[in-house]
Design a protein around this ligand. Structure first.
Ligand code: X15
Length: 263
């Protein structure tokens, strides 16, 4: 991906878009698969949204006209915190179920190390990062099954489309129509922030950047680090970006932590 432009060349009219993963959640802290379970940010996650995400956006002099989130509270709360710190709480937030995290099936709620010890690291990494890796469907005896099925935040999910598990591939197909709506906003010149989740961000990034099924397996998204894209408003083409805002050493460390199965 090319670098963002530093100066206005040939009077090209462009618009920037930010994709960001929510701050650390309670399940991120406990190293548990989360997916469609609706957990809160950890105290550290709320601080990250304020001190890492918002500060990076303020430093880069970014402002927004509209923000997209999933319907899950870790995504919405992160957007609220960022916009408040930017003195931009007036920015409308559009919560869209199609931007929810990948449904982690029956892995939901389990510690990743526990699952790796039971099924082996190779199998777990395939479930986590293989493009067609499909965890076993969630079962009624999973302790989060009823909380997920009965969560009213999912009331907009059309009948027949409520998943019991999802691969990254399925997540890409779910996110494409939502992305078409978002790209319309970007190309109208509205400044958009998308505040979402690790795997649905990978689905979006694969689609936006045209990454191969193989290459996306190696992409890991740290919490609370803004990733910027730039579009040519005349042609509608992506002309730069996929660039993180923030301290490269911090980003490298946090990305490695996300890639790891952990303890
Ligand atoms: O729900 C999740 O992502 P989220 O914390 O971004 O919402 C996943 O549990 C992240 O786990 P993974 O990085 O092993 O795919």
């Amino acid at each position: 991906m090319r670098e963002l432009r530093k100066t206005s060349q040939f009077m090209m009219k462009t618009n920037r878009l930010v994709v960001i993963r929510h701050g650390e959640s309670e399940f991120n802290l406990e190293n548990k698969f989360c997916g469609w379970h609706d957990v809160s940010l950890s105290p550290n996650g709320a601080s990250e949204a304020c001190d890492i995400a918002a500060d990076a956006l303020i430093k880069a002099k970014m402002q927004f006209d509209v923000c997209y989130t999933s319907v899950l509270r870790r995504s919405r709360d992160t957007a609220d915190i960022i916009l408040a710190k930017m003195n931009s709480s007036y920015v409308p937030i559009k919560a869209d179920w199609r931007l929810c995290e990948r449904h982690y099936g029956n892995l939901t709620g389990y510690n990743k190390r526990f699952i790796a010890d039971r099924y082996g690291e190779e199998q777990v990494q395939y479930w986590r990062r293989g493009y067609d890796g499909l965890p076993p469907p969630i079962q009624p005896d999973n302790r989060y099954y009823y909380a997920i099925c009965n969560n009213p935040v999912f009331s907009d999910v059309p009948a027949g489309q409520f998943p019991l598990t999802e691969s990254l591939h399925m997540c890409v197909e779910r996110v494409k129509p939502a992305w078409d709506d978002i790209l319309d906003e970007v190309l109208k010149g509205n400044r958009v922030m998308i505040c979402i989740h690790g795997t649905v961000a990978r689905a979006l990034i694969k689609h936006i950047e045209g990454l191969s099924d193989e290459d996306i397996q190696h992409v890991n998204i740290p919490n609370s680090v803004p990733r910027v894209y730039e579009y040519d408003l005349k042609t509608g083409k992506l002309i730069g970006g996929g660039i993180y805002l923030g301290d490269p050493e911090y980003i490298k460390k946090m990305t490695a932590q996300v890639a790891s199965i952990g303890k």
